[in-house]
Design a protein around this ligand. Sequence first.
Ligand SMILES: [Cu+2]
Length: 459
Amino acid sequence: MSIWARRQILKSAALLGGAGALLRGTKASAQDHSHMDMGSMTMAPKPAPAKPAPMATRMKAAAPVTPPRPPRLVPGTDRPATITLNSGTLNGGTLPFVMKDGVKEFHLTAHEFEQEFAPGFKVKVWGYNGSTPGPTIEAVEGDRVRILVTNRLPEATSIHWHGILLPSGMDGVAGLSAPPIPPGETWAYEFTLRQHGTQMYHPHYDEMVQMAVGMMGMFVIHPKDAAIGPVDRDYTMMLHAWAIHPGTSRPDPAVMLEHDTWTINGRVFPAVEHLVVKTGERVRLRIGNVSMHEHPMHIHGHHMWVTGTDGGMIPEGARWPETTIQVPVGTTRTVEFVADNPGDWAFHCHKGHHAMNTMGHDIPNFLGVDQRDVARDMAKQLPGYMPMGEGGMGDMGAMAGMMPGPANTPPMMTGTGPYGALDMGGMVTVIKVRDEVAADYRDPGWYKAPKGTMAWKVG
Ligand SMILES: [Cu+2]
């Protein structure tokens, strides 16, 4: 079986998940299918696959995801000079610049490379300076910036400064604002920042393909007046949707809506960096989206206020509280909250299938179907056979390590928490609020609920 299309896997899951047709097959044909079920949702203890795909096991081992980093925005000291390479860009960083005659000069190189969306899950992407999203550009309102863009892609590209007020010729719409950048060439874009807020950059040439394979980044403009909206922690993340067919490593740009991989800054849970926050701190999340889908991002344990969009800051009197903030296509949303509730809190897209990995849709519905007779017959041919899906699919997180999919395919749900498997994947991370955090905000490990503050078994 050379190519695994998602639907083929799902069909095999359907067969083994209880469809009667297979029961009429011979023992040999059942065993042929039993090989397939290692990549599907059924659990058959044998035969073992000839070549084990240890993907899922490796993902389970990927516990520490937050590298040590210094605090970035300290109230009163979060001025340009203190913007460091260790920014609040989850799993990423800020683009360095050099000063040239009073102009901040940045350099982005567009190219193809491989990025691990989770340990062992490698994806061939296009991005900037070795990452997708590209490094966050940070500058200050009033700055004159020059961004050199070198094209090392196999085709032309351009770069559009989404939401930034600038001269028309700098807007990067290929053919309209300026010619595209041919492969091998470097072009300069230069303008003065007349605003502050959370903006983005992305190509405006063959954008359907180029964004589908990873070309995007955030552009944060800090206010000239440091007294405007100071926060203690300032995080940047881009949400994206990919079509990475199981067993392949190159995103399919021809897919319009049936995406199967959902990332925060080019990572799937549990490889998305956690947000470490000290109790009482004011936290800003800047969320960008140039995917084909809207993402309702939901916070646990807190209320957050929508404080800005890519159109600018929302006046204080016009802000409203939310626990889920819709991040529409082609926008940024900036939210803030006061972390006044210690614990481990999920932050995730509320579309159920965006909070899991591949194989999240088109599966047959066995919910509520009594599969006992089928299972009994199946077990005669496949010892140990166990149907899945009748009471839901919550066991899949726990089984991730036992059910490797085709090579380079992350399990649908994975990750382990302090109380067992986490039935999530995709567009999910964890906000860790602690009374005490290390000076470098390193991952404090899992929260230990104080006595009397955790759900308990009564029967
Ligand atoms: Cu989503």
